[in-house]
Structure formats: structure tokens, C-alpha cells
Design a binder for this molecule. Structure first.
Ligand SMILES: Nc1nc2c(ncn2[C@@H]2O[C@H](COP(=O)(O)OP(=O)(O)OP(=O)(O)O)[C@@H](O)[C@H]2O)c(=O)[nH]1
Length: 222
């Protein structure tokens, strides 16, 4: 396994869209039901994607609106951005577009590794933004898109794995196809020599075995 890569990710969006909840669900595996406005919090987490360890530093930023002055710190030393709106809030969808513009102005680039996230997808009755609208916006940015619920650990994990893949892509490390990372069992070389085909999927006998994370097909809207 190669050395862990350090990557700093900023989670940005309007107030109360679930930035802290998504981050805490990913880092601690729990959903926080209460609302406590964030000033700024930093979390660290080690994850493995496509057999590469990543030492993540996650900056959970304060909620902003279109009039906030975009903090310069949000553009320095950041490798990737998770831009969050709530599918239940038109205002948050408008604000995320303004924040993306400010972000590009601040970093002075036309594109940065970004995942646009429509959170609170579990609130079906309150939804006002369709998945297609989020996808269209993300496409216009050249960003990835997904919807999430901070109540579900799986989607919170996917959000952060997705931004890792966007950062890898920007670094020219995009795998051309889903990477299978397997430790070859001792019987396989002889099997290969004889041209045989294993009848069951390879099991990973090593305690350091890792499972590759597919970079496509994470979400029907991705
Ligand atoms: N149903 C539902 N509620 C959510 C979800 N994500 C967050 N919430 C709730 O929404 C409220 C705001 O969540 P936070 O995570 O504090 O939002 P935030 O974007 O960090 O807010 P600021 O710190 O003000 O920027 C809390 O009551 C959460 O429990 C979600 O996916 N589904």
C-alpha cells in the first residue's frame, strides 16, 4: 500500500443544509438531530479508496449566504470542495450557486475538484429541488453530483469518497476502470500459468486486504 495522501476538504453551503451532520455522520457514524450553528470545525479521518489511504482533514465551515464575504481561508490549501444545499430549500440552491462563483473568483481557477450535494433527500414531502436540477448545475460546473441524507451513513461516506475521486481525477490519477485491489492467493499463479479460471471471486487472505471503490455508478444521478 502506498504512503497515505494528505487531503484537505472544505464543506461549504448555506445555513442548516446539513454540512455538520454529513461530516459528523462520515467521521463518527452518527446523526446529530439537534441544530447548533457552526462557526468552524475541523475533523480528521483516515479512509482507503482504490487501495490508497487518504488522511483527510475536513473543514466544516460556517453557513454562508450570498452576501457573506467568502473567507480567504476557504481557498487556501484546500484540495477539494463539498458544496451542499438542501433539496428542501430553494434558497440554499440559489446560495450554493453564488458560493461556487465566489469560490472560483477566490481561487482564480475555472474549475476545482468539487462535489455538489443535495442533502436531506429523506424529506420527500418537503422536496423542492429535483435531482435533475442538481445534476444540471453540477454538469455546468464540471463537478460531480449526488444526493444524500445525513441520516444514512452510506450516503455520507459516498459524498467523501466521491470528492476523493474528484481530487484524484484532477491529479491525473483517475483509474480507467474500477480498480480491483486483491492480494493474489498462492494458488493463483499456477492457475494463471495453466490458463485456468477461478470459479469463485478472489478472497483477500491478507489482513491488509482492501476493496476498491468504484468511481462510477455511485448514485443514479451521478
Ligand atoms: N431529515 C434530515 N435532517 C437533516 C439532514 N441533515 C441535517 N439535518 C438536520 O438539519 C439541521 C441542520 O443541520 P446542520 O448539520 O447543523 O446544518 P449546517 O449546514 O451545518 O448548519 P450551519 O452550521 O448553520 O451552517 C439539524 O437539525 C439536522 O439534524 C438530513 O439529511 N435529513
Amino acid at each position: 500500500m502506498p504512503q497515505p495522501k494528505y487531503r484537505k476538504i472544505a464543506v461549504i453551503g448555506y445555513r442548516s443544509v446539513g454540512k455538520s451532520s454529513l461530516t459528523i455522520q462520515f467521521v463518527e457514524g452518527q446523526f446529530v438531530d439537534s441544530y447548533d450553528p457552526t462557526i468552524e470545525n475541523t475533523f480528521n479521518k483516515m479512509v482507503s479508496v482504490n487501495c490508497q489511504d487518504f488522511n483527510l482533514q475536513l473543514v466544516d465551515t460556517a453557513g454562508q449566504d450570498e452576501y457573506s464575504i467568502f473567507p480567504q481561508s476557504h481557498s487556501m490549501d484546500i484540495h477539494g470542495y463539498v458544496l451542499v444545499y438542501a433539496v428542501t430549500s430553494m434558497k440554499s440552491f440559489e446560495v450554493v450557486q453564488a458560493l461556487h462563483d465566489k469560490l472560483l473568483d477566490m481561487v482564480g481557477k475555472i474549475q476545482v475538484p468539487t462535489v455538489l450535494v443535495g442533502n436531506k433527500k429523506d424529506l420527500h414531502m418537503e422536496r423542492v429541488i429535483k435531482p435533475e436540477e442538481g445534476k444540471k448545475l453540477a454538469d455546468s460546473w464540471g463537478a460531480a453530483f449526488m444526493e444524500s441524507s445525513a441520516k444514512e451513513n452510506e450516503t455520507a461516506v459516498e459524498v467523501f469518497k466521491r470528492i476523493i475521486l474528484e481530487m484524484e481525477k484532477a491529479d491525473g490519477n483517475m483509474p480507467s476502470e474500477e480498480k480491483k485491489c486483491a492480494v493474489i492467493p498462492p494458488t493463483l499463479p499456477s492457475l494463471l500459468r495453466t490458463g485456468g479460471t477461478p470459479t469463485s471471486p478472489l478472497t483477500l487472505p491478507s489482513s491488509k486486504s482492501c476493496v476498491a471503490f468504484p468511481f462510477s455508478g455511485l448514485h443514479p444521478n451521478s
